[in-house]
Design a protein around this ligand. Sequence first.
Ligand code: NAD
Length: 311
Amino acid sequence: MGVKVLVTARSFSQNDKTPKEMLLNKGYEIISNPFGRIMTENEIAELIEDVDGVILGVDPFGKDIFERAQKLKVISRYGVGIDNIDKDSADSRDIPIYRTVGANTQAVADYAFGLMLDLTRKIAFIDRECRKGNWKKIKTREMNGKVLGLIGFGAIGKAVAKRGAGFDMRVLVYDPFVNQEMAQEYGVELVELDQLYAESDFISLHVPLIDATYHMINADAFKAMKPTAVLVNTARGGIVDEEAMYHALKNGEIAAAGVDVFDVEPPSNPSLMELDNLLVGAHCAASSVEAIDKMSYMAAENLIKGLEERN
Ligand code: NAD
């Protein structure tokens, strides 16, 4: 029987058709996500039985799916986070998980910085007011020279720090795996979380979703932030306690938040959508044409490499 590949990532090879052709040229049969949205576990389970490799978006890939996927040899993650995959199952079957490290770094850094800029200068809000006929001057603040707190200083955190440097910002970093030498190279200050919360005007999250970061931004964290602080989350929904964020935004514990990622996507809590000081995104931070092309090539190359090593 030939090699079967399931592609759940919706934007895979969307612009440049070459990555898909790379798979077809190898003789692989491709099953693409038929739903045009994130697939459910049941939907994946229906298709996974005789699949050899997966190009996986942010769709859930739990223990039950591994049990159904008896032929599975490789997971090629289309992205970097692997919180949607049951890693223990993959490890116990010796199934490698490849990632497209670096491919979406600039796209996410742009988006995180864009959220901060918009929440500061209220660009989208002014646009909406103008369309309603309100052409009054709306006063906002500047980002230049303010304090930017980064939680997580990997590829994306560093790319956001560079943008902050361009705005003459003082950049504080909390990341227990980063040393002083690295901090000096990027002109940032390594601090503990309480100092970052107390001093930052902008707090941007760039950590993976793991046990240690689950609900890291909770009610206590919001209380420790400045009432003028802006929180930006382009990392993962589970890092922020959404209930605590709702109360913090509603009660003015922080000024605003820009959120590209939610616990459940689309978000299950409708009251979040009633907040004027929340800027909402549909997990689009990585969806630039450039990042889609880079992720598609890398994901296709990783899948082929993984399958050829296994055969
Ligand atoms: P990365 O692996 O390069 O960096 C992650 C950083 O987090 C590392 O420096 C690590 O030391 C640090 N870290 C780990 N545990 C920590 C902890 N407990 N406290 C503080 N820091 C900790 O990853 P990246 O490419 O920078 O991506 C970061 C995250 O962004 C990914 O894990 C992913 O979940 C998310 N992401 C989202 C999108 C999107 O479309 N919104 C796209 C890409 C990545």
